[in-house]
Design a protein around this ligand. Structure first.
Ligand SMILES: Cc1ncc(COP(=O)(O)O)c(C=O)c1O
Length: 438
């Protein structure tokens, strides 16, 4: 597979951008090789600068629920662009998007922002503003964007690149962050027993997808909601990745809605932007009313609720019907089966873990992974060998063992045929990497 043009672009990029990328994992550091510079996407397929085509299982890290360049999204966006790209005033699409989010999820009121990082950062500020407390509980392996106080023991690029902590974050900023092992209710109880009166909130990914997919144990999220409430703290569920993706409303549909509890605050992003920079945080009305201009907690954004981004998101969500999620889950199950069969066939120890339509493979382990320590026991060399072989055969996977695979509604038989034809060789490459271990 020729990659000259991508290599050339990467060289140019490195001259003008740190590491040649605008988000670290894109640089392929964990898997080696040349990052592919994409020029177009259509449905389940991406085309790179050298004209190579790939079945895409990254989906822009989650947003592309409908596949790339969905005709209805494209035409809605074209119409919106023609009406003007930003007004800096209220406009109807942002109201309609907020209504759609409120209708689908547990939140009563929502504020639109431009990135998932901004959503979690703002939710944290609101929780601290409402409670008058400073401490925050988070879980090792969860990634909530690059918010200073939440980068401690984070997943995603922080673990992919093996960055132990992040220079530039003052010690006093993380001094109020309590990091606990995921899925460990006793640790949460103990932290609240010691610091209860000082804890503003507990924040967690609704189903962590940034240390690979590690689903919450049954009742874990409910326990967080209960413990936070018992101590006058808030429970923030980060659905930036899972929202409108794991299921129609997000992961909450798979636990809270069934069990009869709701988070105090929720963050969203990715799918709700339809591929544009758009995100949100929301929650109970009485809490959200603490935000300016209704209340004293300040938060603002020049491009928040941008008319083009909100049109893309709204069009995407309206096309994301219950039937679409049924089909998406079926596709996700088929992909998992194909991957599992190939790995078994090649004798590669692995566990496939899932939350709704989202899943990932834990490499070189034999028992389900329940926390960050378990996820870090993966054999990343086996994954790197698998990844490179799949890429060469036209399948684009997340370039890290610590990320979730994303399917879209556009993954049809042709896409799955390409996947299944590529799998045996890649699985054997992973097996060889395991055999070559010192
Ligand atoms: C759960 C979660 N929260 C927050 C973020 C940050 O979102 P963004 O990259 O849009 O800032 C991410 C990004 O992957 C995420 O997965």
């Amino acid at each position: 597979m020729a990659t000259d043009r991508s290599a050339e672009l990467f060289q140019r990029a490195r001259r003008v951008s740190p590491g040649g990328v605008n988000s670290p994992v894109r640089a392929f550091k964990a898997v080696g090789g040349t990052p592919r510079f994409m020029t177009s996407g259509e449905g389940a397929w991406l085309t790179d600068a050298d004209g190579n085509r790939y079945v895409d299982f990254v989906g822009s890290w989650g947003p592309m629920l409908l596949g790339h360049a969905h005709p209805q999204v494209v035409s809605a966006v074209q119409e919106a662009v023609a009406r003007g790209t930003s007004f800096g005033t209220p406009a109807e699409p942002e109201v309609a998007l907020a209504e759609e989010i409120v209708e689908r999820t547990s939140v009563e009121s929502v504020r639109l922002v431009t990135s998932g990082t901004e959503a979690t950062m703002s939710a944290l500020r609101l929780a601290r503003g409402v409670t008058g407390r400073d401490r925050v509980v988070k879980f090792a392996g969860c990634y909530h964007g690059h918010v200073d106080s939440l980068l401690a023991e984070a997943g995603s690029g922080v673990v992919t690149l093996g960055i132990p902590g992040t220079p530039g974050v003052p010690a006093h900023v993380t001094a109020d962050t309590i990091v606990l092992p995921y899925n460990d209710v006793d640790a949460v109880e103990a932290a609240f027993a010691e610091f209860g009166g000082e804890i503003a909130c507990v924040i967690t990914e609704a189903a962590p997808g940034n240390m690979g997919l590690v689903p919450p144990a049954p009742g874990f999220n409910a326990a967080l909601a209960r413990i936070a409430s018992e101590h006058g703290a808030l429970f923030i569920s980060d659905e930036v990745m899972t929202g409108f993706r794991a299921a129609r409303s997000g992961h909450w549909e798979l636990d809270g809605q069934r069990e009869g509890w709701a988070p105090d605050l929720v963050t969203f992003g990715k799918v709700m932007g339809g591929g544009f920079p758009s995100a949100a945080f929301g929650g109970r009305r009485d809490l959200m009313e603490h935000l300016a201009p209704a209340g004293p907690v300040y938060q603002a954004g020049t491009l928040a609720g941008n008319p083009v981004a909100t049109t893309a998101g709204l069009t995407t969500l309206r096309l994301a019907t219950p039937d679409l999620y049924t089909d998406l889950l079926a596709t996700s199950l088929r992909v998992r089966d194909l991957v599992g069969e190939a790995l078994l066939g090649a004798g590669v120890p692995h566990v496939i873990q899932a939350a709704g339509t989202m899943f990932s493979v834990m490499w070189g382990v034999t028992d389900p992974v329940t926390d960050f320590a378990g996820a870090q026991r993966q054999d990343t060399a086996a994954f790197a060998a698998f990844f490179s072989s799949m890429l060469e055969q036209g399948v684009y996977l997340p370039p890290s063992a610590f990320e979730t695979w994303f399917v879209s509604a556009a993954h049809d038989d042709a896409a799955l045929t390409t996947l299944s034809e590529a799998l045996p060789a890649a699985a054997h490459a992973a097996a060889r990497a395991l055999d070559d271990r010192p």
